[in-house]
Design a protein around this ligand. Structure first.
Ligand code: FAD
Length: 459
């Protein structure tokens, strides 16, 4: 008898799960249900001033293989582009300071350039240098990113360099993010070496690919990946505008209730954010309550277009990080038209301004007009902009960033155990669990397809 696998959620993790299931088991009746009218989830490329811009993810990291391997498999490797510049700034006491060379995930591995950058005080540079001689003071598992950096390098490095960078990737507060999950490179370096700087330097030496571009995207924006993947899915049964409202056990099968019908399936893969998965699994109360304990942060991204001549800054970099200690709504300004070749035209400067993170919902509480005005005031001051905005777009991403609190990994394992005993046949995948970047979602989608097919074979 044909077995059925239903994937709920058409973001990158759900699409990859469907793709792998169809590739490895063409006889399985594989269906994807997506609540919204479009596929891609947090990958969304739209047109702005006649150019393709990304309203959420605008790149993927190349240091881990999964996204690159998929690009090769889909014949996309020739369309990859990298940022025009890797220079960037950080705002310190209202002034822009260029990030020094030798930073790895915001951690300085070279102290002289750090001193010259004037991002932290000379005393803070000395404090960071103590990392080389201080004894090992590792407190055990479940350390936060902030905990590690504060103990090895001091508060200014944590607040002005590492938190703005890793915090903005996760829309989180690094004092509450698990270092092993949010910054595994830092965790490995600190475990292998007494000194964090020495550990990071060693990693750079043994990974020659570290000299290749760190971030990659596509000439037509990240949406190109979704488009090509959906094309590769051919005649797959993909149903948009189909919101799943509950999943229940029914005598060895799973009943999936949607806004239109009830579907019976052998396997269900939930590729939705964790809070959505919790709602769908209310009949498995332990998994549901654990899933709802995963916090999510919201962000607003405002894309703003100006006449280039109205911006009195050379824009010689990819953007600005704004530490939370500056007290602004803005957390980062990506200089899209300086960073990405496909955003560039001679006449305009296009910026993507981020606001909001875990524990700071001030920006999200504003309506669109007030938000644009508040961010415009902030960035006009930072970048010396005179003249008015010529186009803008507000993209709100509500409860979009899962916060990997220390111990998150154990929490996810416990949820998977709950499901195995109470809802066999239900699997979880996607950003909420084991890595939120696009490559990690691609990896998890593939692993989840394997697990689901193993379950079907054994059933
Ligand atoms: C603003 C922003 C910027 C980012 N920038 C980057 C970046 O530059 N690089 C990077 O690597 N990562 C970035 N990320 C992270 C990355 O984009 C996401 O973690 C990843 O795309 C999530 O993929 P996913 O498939 O797990 O979930 P999602 O993309 O959230 O997809 C889940 C899908 O499930 C659907 N769904 C939810 N509930 C139901 C239901 N009940 N029934 C049916 N369907 C349902 C949703 O509509 C959605 O389409 C960014 C994220 C955001 C929000």
């Amino acid at each position: 008898m044909t077995k059925r696998a239903v994937v709920v959620g058409g973001g990158i993790a759900g699409l990859i799960t469907l793709y792998r299931i169809r590739q490895q088991s063409p006889d399985t009746d594989a269906v994807l249900l997506e609540a919204s009218p479009r596929l891609g989830g947090k990958i969304l490329t739209t047109s702005f001033l006649g150019r393709p811009i990304d309203e959420a993810a605008d790149a993927f990291i190349s240091r881990v293989p999964w996204a690159l391997e998929l690009c090769e498999e889909l014949g996309l490797d020739n369309f990859l582009i990298s940022p025009a510049t890797t220079d960037a700034y950080v705002l310190v006491d209202g002034e822009l300071r260029k990030l020094p060379e030798g930073l790895l995930l915001g951690v300085p591995t070279k102290l002289l350039p750090l001193l010259r950058s004037r991002i932290v005080s000379p005393l803070a540079v000395l404090r960071a240098g103590l990392d080389r001689i201080r004894p090992d003071d590792w407190p055990g598992d479940d350390e936060s990113v902030g905990g590690l950096i504060r103990r090895r390098m001091g508060d200014q490095i944590a607040d002005r360099l590492v938190d703005p960078l890793i915090g903005s990737i996760n829309a989180g507060d690094t004092d509450h993010l698990d270092v092993a999950l949010a910054a595994p490179q830092l965790e490995t370096a600190s475990r292998r070496h007494r000194s964090l700087i020495a550990g990071l330097k060693e990693q750079t030496k043994i990974s020659p690919e570290n000299t290749k571009p760190l971030f990659l995207s596509f000439e037509n924006g990240m949406g190109h990946l979704v488009k090509v993947l959906v094309n590769a899915l051919g005649d797959a049964d993909i149903r948009t505008n189909t919101r799943v409202t509950s999943i229940a056990n029914n005598d060895g099968y799973l009943n999936i209730t949607t806004n239109g019908a009830t579907i019976e399936s052998d396997v269900v893969v939930l590729a939705t954010p964790a809070h959505q998965a919790a709602n769908l699994l209310s009949s498995c109360s332990s998994a549901a309550s654990r899933l709802s304990s995963i916090e999510h942060a919201s962000v607003a991204l405002v894309t703003m277009g100006f006449r280039r001549s109205d911006v009195h800054h050379p824009l010689d970099g990819s953007g600005v990080l704004v530490p939370h200690t500056e007290g602004l709504l803005t957390t980062a300004i990506s200089w899209g038209s300086s960073k990405w070749p496909h955003w560039v035209d001679d006449e305009h400067a296009v910026f993507r301004v981020s606001a909001g993170r875990a524990g700071d919902t001030r920006a999200l509480a504003l309506d669109d007009d007030d938000l644009v005005e508040a961010l415009l005031t902030e960035i006009a001051h930072i970048l010396h902009i005179e003249g008015s905005l010529i186009e803008w777009r507000v993209s709100r991403w509500i409860d979009a960033f899962p916060q990997y609190a220390p111990g998150h990994d154990r929490l996810v394992s416990a949820i998977e155990r709950d499901l195995r005993t109470e809802m066999p046949g239900v699997f979880l995948t996607g950003a909420a669990y084991r890595g939120l970047g696009i490559p990690a979602c691609i990896r998890q989608g593939g692993e989840c397809a394997d697990a689901a097919l193993d379950y079907l074979t054994a059933k």
